[in-house]
Design a protein around this ligand. Structure first.
Ligand code: SAH
Length: 215
């Protein structure tokens, strides 16, 4: 089966799952996942699996990308902050749904590869930063939507601080390589509402800059 046929089969599978938002499905359909993978894995781009990328990291599973993106309730005029650019796949999908994506990655090498892909796909509304995303992007605060794609033991306090009132953060929380859940956190006038969405396996959110020998 060729990639295009595999892609259609994956979209049909997502459509029958919890991913019902047609804007999200269409953004996934318009984003060639093979472009975000090493050559040797192109054939597997439309399997509904997380797959390995450079620097010991992973590209997220399409189903999880769909559910998390949908849970974020992104609107066209919004800014979205993403923590953990990785391959850039999730950033590319967000960029089709909102005005601008701000995305932070701790590995320079991954960011350089992601930036090339954004240019190739003419995605001009993504602003990148190499550094520790657990500190957020203070210059853009308060921020309406935050998506974290690496798992922390707890919600990073700086990200909660930078979330606007009425804002939504979607974040995997739990043990390193263990029991983790995606949470949707909504900031209200009174505090934060938490909803548990689905069990997941994400690579850990690591505080601090990446080791320069490994970037
Ligand atoms: N959204 C990505 C998923 C990448 S995996 C995709 O679609 O491909 C998570 C990424 O988070 C990894 O690249 C990892 O290096 C990065 N990461 C982990 N801790 C981080 C931190 N504190 N700041 C920024 N990026 C971080």
């Amino acid at each position: 089966m060729n990639l295009e046929a595999k892609k259609i089969r994956l979209i049909m599978k997502l459509r029958r799952s919890l991913v019902t938002d047609t804007r999200v499905l269409s953004a996934i359909e318009r984003t060639p996942r093979e472009l975000f993978l090493p050559k040797a894995l192109h054939e597997r781009a439309y399997e509904d699996l997380a797959l390995p990328i450079d620097c010991g990291q992973t590209i997220s599973q399409p189903f999880v990308v769909g559910v998390m993106t949908q849970a974020l309730q992104v609107e066209e005029r919004m800014l979205v902050l993403e923590i953990g650019t990785g391959s850039g796949y999730q950033s590319a999908i967000l960029s089709r749904l909102c005005r601008r994506v701000y995305t932070i990655e701790r590995y320079k090498r991954l960011m350089a590869q992601a930036e090339k892909r954004f240019a190739e796909l003419s995605l001009t509304n993504i602003t990148t930063r190499v550094g520790d995303g657990s500190k957020g992007w203070p210059e853009q605060a308060p921020i309406g939507r935050i998506l974290v794609t690496a798992a922390a033991a707890d919600v990073p306090p700086a990200l909660a601080d930078q979330l606007d009132e009425g804002g939504i953060m979607v974040v995997p929380v739990g043990e390193e390589y263990g029991n983790q859940h995606v949470l949707r956190i909504t900031r209200t006038a009174a505090g934060f509402d938490h909803e548990e969405l689905l069990p997941v396996r994400f690579v850990p959110l690591v505080e601090g800059e990446a080791d320069s020998s490994a970037d």
